[in-house]
Design a protein around this ligand. Structure first.
Ligand code: UDP
Ligand code: MG
Length: 139
């Protein structure tokens, strides 16, 4: 299992607010290399599949609606200790609890519209990257 890759999405709220450039800049300046990148718009079916692990949670339906409400940016990122370091860079799920200077502290509005996704394990990073990208789209 690779330990130097993670997967991220810039969510519809941050895309709509014009933060794609600032967020990618912060990611690359923090030492992550972008090895795959895509600007796309999830159908509700695709968003539901991506978040299937949360299907029993009370926020699932709203999450699927939100994630399919506008375009997103998906990316695979490379760095030593990628999953853990990227979770530190994005901050807590609830931006009110995210450390100053983290991406969610800087760019997120609420616990649901929280600007970015970050994988929570090496295994999920691989599954999530493969959800979006074929072998020909990873460099
Ligand atoms: N979420 C939400 N309400 C909650 C918890 C989570 O709307 O009470 C949304 C939020 O967009 C979050 C996503 O569901 O990013 C996935 O939740 P998770 O607990 O995996 O948080 P994350 O790993 O994104 O920090
Ligand atoms: Mg999560």
């Amino acid at each position: 299992m690779e330990t130097n890759k993670t997967f991220t999405m810039i969510k519809p709220d941050a895309v709509a607010a014009g933060h794609i450039g600032a967020i990618l800049d912060k990611i690359t300046k923090s030492g992550f290399k972008i090895t795959a990148l895509k600007y796309t718009w999830l159908s509700s079916e695709k968003a539901g599949q991506f978040y299937a692990v949360h299907s029993e949670r009370p926020f699932y339906k709203a999450l699927v609606e939100f994630m399919s409400s506008g375009p997103i940016v998906a990316a695979i990122l490379e760095k030593d200790n990628a999953v853990e370091d990227f979770r530190k860079l994005i901050g807590a799920t609830d931006p009110a609890k995210a450390e100053p200077g983290t991406i969610r502290n800087l760019f997120a509005k609420s616990i649901d519209a929280n600007a970015v996704h970050g994988s929570d394990s090496d295994e999920n990073a691989q599954i999530e990257g493969n959800f979006y990208f074929s072998a020909f789209e990873k460099f």
